[in-house]
Design a protein around this ligand. Structure first.
Ligand code: R2B
Ligand code: URA
Length: 311
C-alpha cells in the first residue's frame, strides 16, 4: 500500500493474483496493461458518462492531441481521430485515455463509485504506474453559495456529520478517514482562481442519497419538518464548515487514502441549499436561468484540464 513519487504503485491485498478481470471496466490482465496504461498520471472521475467523454475531448484538444491516447484510427490526421470508450461492451461505465489521463464516469453514489474505484486502483497496480493522482470533478448543492460557485473539498463528512467513510466488511463497520491531499487541493484552488472568482475550499457533506439524507423536502418521502431541515443544513454549515453536499466524496477520499494515492475533489454548486431544494439553471424548472447547468458543469472540467496541463 504505497505510492511514492517515483515508486511503482502496489496494492497491499495479498489475495490479488497476476491474472485478474476488471469486470466492470471490460479489461483484463491479458490486455497489455503496462504498455497501454503504464504512463497514466491522472485519473479523473465524474458522475455522468457524457460529461466525462466531453472532458476527455476537451483535454485531448488542450493537451495538443497526444499520441499516447486511445483513438479509433491512429493513421488519421490527429485532429480527426476519435477517442474510444475503453470499457467496450462491459456497458457499466465509460472510460477514455488522453495522454497520461484517464477520464471515467462513476455513476451516482458510493456503491457505484466504489466498484469502478476498486478496478481503477487494480488497473494502475497491474499497469505498474507511478505517482497517480485521482480527481473527482462533479456537481453538488452549495450551502450559502451562489449557484455556479466552485467548491474544492478539504474534508468529506458523511450524512451523520462524521469525517469518515464507513465501510462494511464481513458484517462489521470500519471507519476510514476522508480527507483530500493538501497539495492537490491547494493546487486546484490556485488554478480555479484563474478561471473564476467564485471559488472556495471547504468541507463537503457526502450523503448516500439525493433526497432525505441531503435534507430535501421534495423527495417521495419526508420524515422531518422544514425547521428540522433548516437546522441541520445550518449546523452543517456553521459548525462543520460544510460548503456543499454531494454523494461520493467520503468514499472517494477514503479509498484513495487507503490506497496511498493523492486525491482531490472539485465540484460546482448547482443550487443554494440554504434557499431551496431543487437544482437551479435546468431547462424547464423555471428556477434560475435555463440551461446554466451546462455552463456550470464545464467549470470543474476547465479547471481540472488547466491544472493537469500546468502540473
Ligand atoms: C452529485 O450529483 C449526483 C446526484 O444528482 C451525485 O452523483 C452527486 O454527487
Ligand atoms: N448533487 C447532489 O448530490 N446534490 C445537489 O444538491 C446537487 C447535485
Amino acid at each position: 500500500m504505497m505510492a511514492g513519487c517515483n515508486s511503482t504503485f502496489r496494492l497491499a491485498n495479498p489475495y490479488l493474483s497476476d491474472k485478474e478481470t476488471l469486470y466492470h471496466l471490460g479489461i483484463s490482465t491479458d490486455d497489455n496493461l503496462q504498455q497501454r496504461f503504464g504512463d497514466v498520471k491522472y485519473i479523473c472521475l465524474g458522475g455522468k458518462n457524457k460529461r466525462m467523454e466531453n472532458f476527455a475531448n476537451l483535454l485531448y484538444r488542450d493537451l495538443g492531441y497526444p499520441e499516447n491516447s486511445e483513438v479509433d484510427d491512429a493513421s488519421k490526421p490527429k485532429e480527426e481521430r476519435k477517442l474510444i470508450d475503453i470499457t467496450g461492451s462491459a456497458g457499466r461505465y465509460s472510460m477514455f485515455k488522453v495522454g497520461p489521463v484517464l477520464s471515467a464516469n462513476h455513476g451516482i453514489g458510493p456503491a457505484s463509485l466504489s466498484v469502478v474505484l476498486h478496478e481503477l486502483l487494480k488497473l494502475i497496480h497491474f499497469s505498474h504506474c507511478n505517482d497517480v493522482s485521482f480527481i473527482r470533478i462533479g456537481t453538488s448543492g452549495g450551502l450559502g453559495l451562489e449557484p455556479g460557485t466552485v467548491v474544492i473539498t478539504d474534508t468529506a463528512y458523511n450524512g451523520l456529520l462524521q469525517p469518515h467513510h464507513a465501510q462494511v466488511a464481513c458484517g462489521k463497520e470500519i471507519h476510514y478517514p476522508s480527507v483530500t491531499n493538501p497539495d492537490l487541493r491547494n493546487g486546484l484552488l490556485k488554478c480555479a482562481l484563474t478561471v473564476t472568482k467564485q471559488c472556495v475550499i471547504g468541507n463537503t457533506l457526502s450523503a448516500n442519497d439525493f433526497y432525505e439524507e441531503q435534507a430535501r423536502l421534495d423527495g417521495a418521502f419526508c420524515s422531518f419538518s422544514e425547521d428540522e431541515k433548516n437546522a441541520f443544513i445550518r449546523r452543517a454549515h456553521d459548525e462543520y464548515g460544510v460548503k456543499n453536499m454531494e454523494m461520493e466524496s467520503t468514499c472517494f477520499t477514503a479509498m484513495c487514502l487507503r490506497a496511498g494515492v493523492k486525491c482531490g475533489v472539485i465540484c460546482v454548486a448547482l443550487v443554494d441549499r440554504l434557499v431551496r431544494d431543487n437544482v437551479t439553471g435546468v431547462k424547464g424548472t423555471g428556477v434560475g436561468t435555463d440551461n446554466k447547468l451546462k455552463e456550470w458543469e464545464l467549470l470543474p472540467q476547465v479547471i481540472c484540464a488547466k491544472y493537469i496541463k500546468e502540473n
